[in-house]
Design a binder for this molecule. Sequence first.
Ligand code: CA
Length: 241
Amino acid sequence: MNRPVLIVEDEPDIAEGLRYNLEREGLRVVLAGTGEKGLEIALDKTDPPALVLLDLMLPGMSGIELCRRLRREPSTRRTPIIMLTARGSESERVAGLELGADDYVTKPFSVRELAARVKAVLRRSEESATASYEDEKLRVHFDDMHVLCEGAEVRLTRKEFALLSALARRPGKVATRTQLLDEVWGQQYYGDTRTLDVHIRRLRAKLGVCGDSIETVVGVGYRFVGCSAKAGGRRDEAPGP
Ligand code: CA
């Protein structure tokens, strides 16, 4: 039996709409109307969720608090989390991503698009624990700094490779600007954050036709979506700077 998708959402109409569409995609769904109930279900080791869809605006325990708890527990530390956020709650969204949530969608959202995103995140989370990233056009070998785009070697600087690895190791996951600066330049980095954008721009240029495998998430950071149509996520966000 496949592991369920846990939906933590206090609005019954939204929860039921999500359940209906995810079940149509062949996924099993469990609903929780509060953060407390969601935590209890997520930590149930007999039937742990494959993914959590988490509304941030909940009565009682907030979505952010639940996200923090899930990331603290060994059994749910790596469980993908997609946050459902209200328009204009950017600071909360960034806080959630920095706590380790994988992605977010802004309400009101298309339930069918969200179902597609859930399937993409599930597929990527199965693929991610490997020594390389590979799709139809792009290959990234994390151990030996080897990058191939349509079979041709892409020569990158150490920083460019570190940046590409930081993104490609977690396909589909949004990386905030702070996370990328910490990971690639170190915790002590206090320089100009435009450094990041400059490196992303160079990286995209060097990747050529694979350059759009790095998506800009406006106001937040970047997301690696891969280069083939199959691996591609949504393309509805603004192109890079
Ligand atoms: Ca709510």
